[in-house]
Ligand binder design. Structure first.
Ligand code: WQD
Length: 337
């Protein structure tokens, strides 16, 4: 079996590439490197001791994707290629719709032309917006509240229609908050430009690239007043993609699955864990809330356990330890490789 991983040089894509290789699959990476480094491909090749093919280009380019599928005998696809910053999507909604829906449509057109039916789609807990009730299950109401979340929700709806017509068997994986890095510290999150997510910014403070962290809101109705999220180790997340492909063999149609630990941590708890792991204090100041942020969201992971036979294995300490190992060794990301 040969699996095409679009966005395969990215943070989650590169970790998934390793897990898919370790499952015995031939992996093919495709990435336009708009938010990733070719050094990540080299690192994946070293970690898998294999010369994994890499196709540089846009997943929206049907001809490119079709050619890659033909050349490498692809019979299943994991689709990550998309822009993923909530904040950026608010400023550039059209760019997000063009890229995120365009890349999905490009992949689907190539799959249809080649009769490929198995797809794992990278979705997001942002489809739940600000949930009334936590933990959220897959039956919780969906209400995307920013353009990024809308592209993920529309992607799911589009896939649901195609799957219902019998054209596709697809897992819609709704990620909560991925953090952490491969145990070796040789691949990890390397945001292009200024990060917006909590842990990459916290790590920039830790390596001295940033003076202090801003905590967005200290007046939420949570135990310590800061917002709560379900942080998930990226290697656990990568392994869930292998389980999702395996599950497709016996699960036709479209299936949405939450990928989280089922445990929420507040921003201040994450900072506390980082200070404990690193043995140093992290300078921060509590400022106003960030528009669009949910107060609290974490997953009910029971459906993932039932359908995928998957549960997260790694706790917050290990997530921070592994993320720190990567950042301490690569304070400027892959640029320093
Ligand atoms: C986490 C918490 C912030 C930065 C992300 C992705 C989204 C989805 C889910 C995959 C929030 C607080 C942050 C900072 C802070 N993942 N924070 N200071 O917004 O939950 O969503 O994960 O699809 O795509 O965007 O993640 O890391 O931005 O924020 O206090 O400098 O940290 O307010 O409570 P978020 P985040």
């Amino acid at each position: 079996m040969s699996v095409l991983v679009t966005g395969g040089a990215g943070y989650i894509g590169s970790h998934a590439a390793i897990a898919l290789h370790d499952s015995g699959r031939r992996v093919v990476l495709l990435d336009d490197l708009s938010n990733a480094s070719a050094a990540a491909v080299d690192a994946v090749r070293v970690l898998t001791s294999s010369d994994i093919p890499f196709v540089e280009g846009d997943a929206a380019d049907v001809g490119l994707v079709d050619d890659a599928m033909g050349r490498f005998g692809v019979d299943e696809v994991v689709h990550f290629a998309a822009s993923k910053s909530v904040a950026e999507s608010v400023n550039e909604p059209l760019a997000y719709f063009r890229n995120n829906l365009g890349s999905l449509l490009g992949v689907l057109a190539a799959m249809e032309a080649r009769g490929i039916k198995r797809l794992v789609f990278s979705s997001s807990c942002t489809v739940y917006g600000e949930p009334e009730v936590v933990p959220v299950t897959e039956a919780s109401p969906v209400a995307a509240v920013n353009p990024y979340g809308v592209t993920k929700l529309q992607g799911e709806q589009l896939l649901d229609v195609i799957a219902s017509a019998g054209g596709l068997d697809v897992m819609l994986l709704r990620y909560f908050n991925p953090i952490g890095a491969h145990l070796t510290g040789s691949i990890g999150e390397d945001p292009t430009g200024t990060p917006t997510n909590l842990v990459p910014l916290l790590m920039e403070v830790a390596v001295g690239r940033r003076d202090r962290l801003q905590v967005f809101g200290g007046d939420y109705d949570t135990p310590d007043g800061s917002a709560v999220r379900d942080y998930l180790h990226v290697v656990d997340l990568a392994e869930a993609h292998v389980a999702a492909l395996e599950a497709l063999a016996s699960r036709p149609g479209a299936t949405a699955v939450n990928l989280g630990t089922g445990r929420g941590y507040s921003v201040l708890e994450v900072i506390g864990m980082a200070e404990e792991v690193m043995g140093r204090s992290i300078a921060y100041e509590i400022v106003g809330r960030r528009p669009g942020d949910a107060e609290r969201i974490w997953a009910d992971p029971s459906f993932a356990s039932e359908v995928l036979g998957w549960t997260a294995q790694r706790g917050l300490r290990e997530m921070i330890q592994d993320h720190w190992r990567w950042c301490e060794a690569h304070p400027m990301g892959f640029e320093t490789v």
